[in-house]
Design a binder for this molecule. Structure first.
Ligand code: 4AD
Ligand code: MG
Length: 432
């Protein structure tokens, strides 16, 4: 029995007899010579069969191959510079493992609703495979960035007792005799506690928002990475963000060029993603938007369109900093130079992708934070442990959250974030 190999290993095995298992992409035949292109997740391989060299059973089996039939094909690998991966297989044996009748995703165009109904098999398509690989690279880059800088990963709970961000977007579940638990909107409050123990920390996991919005930027379940650093102020927080985003993009350019090419991604805008990013205060951003003809007023949060317009003015990501207190979360530190605002920032990606990061310096003054919690109508008891962090050795600290799907969608250049995760959850989608 020849050894079974992944397609990606075959380039170094020219001349050897090998077996490959995978799924049929396409077939064609001239009557005497037949070709089947097989994919196994690591690459594509063309196998060639000559009628005169294979048994009648094998030739018959070839005739039964349809799109996505699973099979095992055996033969001699040979160098073929024109073939994808640089090798071709001269097949001596071919065995069907599982037939595939009427595979739903054909090379013709399908509507987006149909594709999402069939997401479980659509995932096999070339572009979806490319997106999955870019996502994997983004996540690995995130972990490597923090590991190299001696951050400690702290896993925060998904079932939580206090509201992390907005009361309006909570998923609540019954929690035994303790009333309601909420699916975490953020791990931030917990990494703030961990930062006092470990200095530089981050959490990374799924987060949940009962967003009733149908935009191309919102999911109800998304992955967020949230670093938190003791003694960082807002300026240091932004410097960390620009290094971080540049590192992630750089890694994808270095290691995922083929996948980005598969997606038809223009690399020039990604190559410009280098520190320093642009910085503009919220107040100046409002003035700029007005001068560009928008009807923006000081005090309003930036909407998706405002973000797109603003980001278009720049050749790389831009930080918008010091938003009005009233439109931001309770935990952000009041700006001592203008108490109407807070020491926060959003990071807007170029090319219309909008906010990929929200970050801030945290309120470290016990009384101010307590007043803010009260003013927002949040139950003080639920935050007593969070207030304790300001009671036992309070410390300047800052952090941010980067949304993985928005980042992946931007790097891939795909229009909607729902393709940036294998099984997206939105207002209208809980299946498959
Ligand atoms: O700006 P947000 O709400 O910030 C926080 O949650 C803070 N606790 C982060 C922190 O300071 N530790 O969310 C951060 C990022 C956004 O910039 C966006 O990329 C992503 O999370 N995000 C979403 N992604 C997809 N779907 C949604 N509904 C999202 N909401 C936020
Ligand atoms: Mg935000």
């Amino acid at each position: 029995m020849p050894e079974r190999h992944w397609i990606e290993e075959l380039a170094s095995r020219a001349g050897e007899t090998v077996s490959v298992r995978g799924w049929v992409v396409t077939t064609r035949s001239s009557g005497k010579i037949a070709f089947v292109v097989v994919r196994d997740g690591t690459g594509m391989l063309q196998a060639v069969l000559s009628k005169k060299d294979v048994s009648a059973d094998v030739w018959d089996a070839f005739g039964k191959l349809t799109q996505e039939t699973s099979l095992e094909v055996t033969g001699v690998a040979r160098a073929e510079p024109r073939a994808p991966g640089g090798v071709e297989l001269q097949a001596s044996d071919l065995r069907i493992i599982g037939p595939s009748v009427d595979f739903p995703i054909t090379p013709k165009e399908h509507g987006i609703a149909f594709l999402f109904e069939n997401r479980h098999v659509w995932l096999r398509s070339k572009q979806q495979v490319a997106i999955a690989r870019v996502r994997n690279e983004v996540i690995q880059a995130i972990r490597d960035f923090f590991y190299e800088r001696h951050f400690t990963l702290v896993d925060t709970p998904i079932l939580t007792g206090s509201i992390g961000e907005h009361a309006g977007t909570l998923f609540a579940v019954d929690y035994f005799d303790l009333g309601k638990a909420y699916l975490a909107q953020t791990g931030q409050l917990y990494v703030e506690a961990a930062a006092a123990a470990l200095g530089k920390v981050y959490c990374f996991g799924p987060t949940f928002r009962a967003e009733k919005s149908k935009t191309r930027r919102h999911l109800t379940e998304f992955w967020m990475v949230e670093p938190e650093v003791a003694w960082n102020d807002s300026a240091a927080n932004m410097r960390l963000q620009e290094d971080f985003v540049s590192y992630i993009v750089g890694r994808c350019l270095e290691r995922r060029k083929n996948d980005l090419a598969e997606l038809g991604r223009d690399l020039a805008p990604l190559e410009r993603v280098q520190p320093p990013f642009h910085r503009i205060s919220y107040t100046d951003a409002v003035a700029k938007l007005k001068s560009l003809g928008g009807d923006m007023e000081w005090g309003r949060d930036l909407g998706g369109d405002d973000e797109t317009t603003l980001a278009k003015q720049y050749d790389r990501p831009v930080f918008v900093y010091n938003y009005p207190k009233a439109v931001k979360a309770f935990y952000m530190k009041e700006n001592p130079d203008d108490p109407r605002t807070v020491l926060n920032n959003d990071c807007l990606a170029p090319e219309g992708y909008g906010e990929i990061i929200g970050g801030s310096q945290r309120e470290d003054d016990y009384e101010k934070l307590r007043a803010r919690i009260k003013a927002e109508g949040l139950p003080e008891e639920a935050y007593s442990w969070y207030l304790d962090l300001r009671k036992y050795g309070t410390f300047v600290h800052a952090g941010f959250g980067l949304g993985v799907e928005r980042t992946v969608a931007w790097i891939c250049g795909i229009p909607h974030i729902r393709e940036a995760i294998a099984f997206p959850r939105t207002l209208y989608r809980l299946w498959p």
